[in-house]
Each structure stands twice: as C-alpha cells, then as structure tokens.
Design a protein around this ligand. Sequence first.
Ligand SMILES: [Zn+2]
Length: 462
Amino acid sequence: MPTLYLPDLLYTEGTFRPGLGLLVGDDGSILRIGADLATDNLMAVKMPGKAILPGLVNGHSHSFQRLIRGVAEHCGPNGDDFWAWRNTMYRAASQLEPDDVFDVARMTFLEMALSGITAVGEFHYVHRRQDGTPYDDPNLLAKRIIDAANSVGLRVCLLRVAYARAGYELPPNPGQQRFYESCEEYLESVDRLADDLRDESSTVSMGVAPHSIRAVTLESLKRISAWAEERNLPVHMHIAEQVAEIAACEREYGLSPIRLLAQNGLLSDRLTLVHAIHTSPDEVEALAKANVTICSCPTTERNLGDGIIDAEKAIEQGILFSFGSDSQATINLLEDARELDYHLRLKRQRRVLLDGIDGEDMAARLFRYATAGGAGSLRMETGLLEPGRPADFFSVDLQDVSIAGVAPEELLSMIVFSLERTAVRDVVMNGRAVVTEGRHALADEIVSRYREVAVRTISARS
Ligand SMILES: [Zn+2]
C-alpha cells in the first residue's frame, strides 16, 4: 500500500513549500508530490511540526577509520602530520577480522543515518588477510561493508579500491599489505564483484577507485578507467591532498597528478577527485571543462592539516562539488558543507564568499552539493525529492533548539549552518523507515558490538 507523508514543509524544486504531501509507492520510489493526495487506499503519516528534505549523500567514506576517532589526537615525539596519522590508521586496519569490518561499518553507518545521511560512497581498500594473503573471495570484506549498509538501511556505492604499491620508488609498506593487489588481480576482483552484485537490491551499486597516483601506476589507471567506462561506472580517486604526493608524481612523470590525468584523457564526468586541495587555476579549469566532480572533505581536511581548497575560484570556474565524511573524525555532512565557506572566511578575513556566484544562494548551493552533488558523483538517482526518484529523505523538528524560530525563506540557511543532530527525527531510505523519532531499531546492538571491537583493537594497539 502506498504511503503518504504529510509534513508542514517539504523541500522540493529548491524551496520549502507548505501543504504538500509526498506519496511513496511500494517499490520505494516517489509517486507524486502535491496537495490533496489523500485517498482511502494509502497509509497517511502525519508529520506535524516537521520539515522533510532529500537525504544527504556522503560521497566519500572509509568506515573503519571510525575506530581511530579520538585516539589519534595525541602528538608523537616527532610532531604529528598526515603521515603520522596514517600509521595509526594502518594499525587499526591491520587488526580487523571480517566480522569486525561489519561491526565497525555498522557503527559508522548508524551515525550517518542518525544525521540524515541516506546514501554513502564507501571507498574500500582493506581486501586481504592480516598476513597479506587473499581471502577465497577477494571481495569478502567489501561484501561485509555492503551487508552493514543493508543492515543499517543506507544506500551504498561500494567503491572498490585499487592499491598496488606504496608509492614511486618506495618499498612495500607492511602497514599496507592488506590493501595490495596487482592490476590483474584487481580487475578479476571487480569483475567478480560486478557479477555477484547483479542480483542485489537497487540500493547497492559499485564503482572503481584507484586509490591515488601514488598507489596506482599510470598504466594500471588507464586499464581500470577503461574497465569502468565500458560499464558506465563511477571512478573515484584521492588527489592533491598533500603537497608531498604532488612532488612524487612530478618526479615520476614530470607532471602534477591532475596534469597527468588530463594529458592521458582520463578526465570525465564519471570521475570524482577527492580533496583536490593543492591545485593551480589551469588544473581546476581542466577539471571543470571535463565535468569532473571534486569531493571535498573539510572536516577531515582540517583534522589532518591538509590545507584549504579555494572553493570560490573552483565554483567560479564551474566545478561541481560533493562532500564526504572521509576519516569519520566527525560525521556531519552539513558541517562539511558549511566549512567549505568557513575555511575561506578564516583565510581571507571576510564572510559568505560562496554566496551569489552565478546568482545562486549559498545555502541552496551547499545543500545541493550535499545531496544531488553526491548522488551525481556516485551515479545514483537519489538527491532530489521528485516523482520517479527513490524516496530517500529525512525530517527535521522545527521546534529543535538548534533551528527553531525562523521563517521558511531562511530555514534552509538555518539548517545548513546550524542544524544539530537532535533536530533529525525520521530518516527514510527507498521508502523504508530507517530512523523513527530519532531512534534506530538496532542502535543498542550496533553500539555494544562496536564497543567490543574498539576495546579489543585499541588495547592491542598499546
Ligand atoms: Zn579518503
């Protein structure tokens, strides 16, 4: 039986509108949006005092990194930077059994769901046993991540990572031995995954993710990109997060990573580059021309001391953005959205730099990146509340202390810049109730299982 959701306000076509219902079919898709849709043959869900918005799309996640939240905030004897943090992260990755991968991912995805995220792109690179030997099924751990998303109720695009080496002229790094596969092994693995996912639900999809220019050679990158192009799948890659990796690429190829991609015809609208912080105007121009998405992860980038992307210039050049929670230092995609402007404010000692570019309101733009931008990057139909699209949305309590007392015209700006998780009340993915009145039915079990894994791996670390 179809379900009719009746909130006070509904965000559609770029604005909050009162008095509209959202009619969802049994297949989880939006049938209609309009007034006076109530009939006898449907279930009506009245949502007084609430507004509903399209679900947030988290474009870049490494779910297992939730394990080192809070424990990587101590400075080592030689100071701390991205590379020191990475060693802590490798120690966590080295300890996880398949069931641990599932339990940690469920915890991460639970937190996402509770914050209004309905879809995630999981950039997954732990493939092998602790000693570096392959599992019988090379996608065993990838499938445990998919199981976790299904269990929690998130739409997932499993971005299976290719990781072949430590870096240019670097010996294999023992901390990475669970990640390594040759290009041949990788292509066999993604072939198998594509076959195995054929009968999965419509809420599960896949893409390829050459980890970085550092970890994948140009020749492998070309083969992996061709494999994805044949199947019209998304390609995601880390790029220009750290200055050192750009210098290494220039030593190996005589070109920066983005110039290398451009010169080899590897820029396309199926490509998403994660971070892209340290770039020149001509590089950004090349990305914009090719309709490449930049997935920005400001809450992680501030945590790791990566740098600040010049989003103003990138947007002026026509770049499309999405956002990712990446290292899970915090999981709040709207915080990532607001930081895109806040970081520039601190740097330039000015305010609201991203407002009014091409006539678009800043909050509308940032929210678009956090929803449709992420969906486009993952090649998902979600991200907008429109008939024919999946019913992926979240509701907010208009009386919540973080957002109460604003006119509908300013509500989106209030939500983007000030919403706290307490305001998120209901989350629906593909017509399925995932969170109801701020509660997830499996929360207690998920948190207690996660605690067991965290205590075991944290104690093993010391
Ligand atoms: Zn990442």
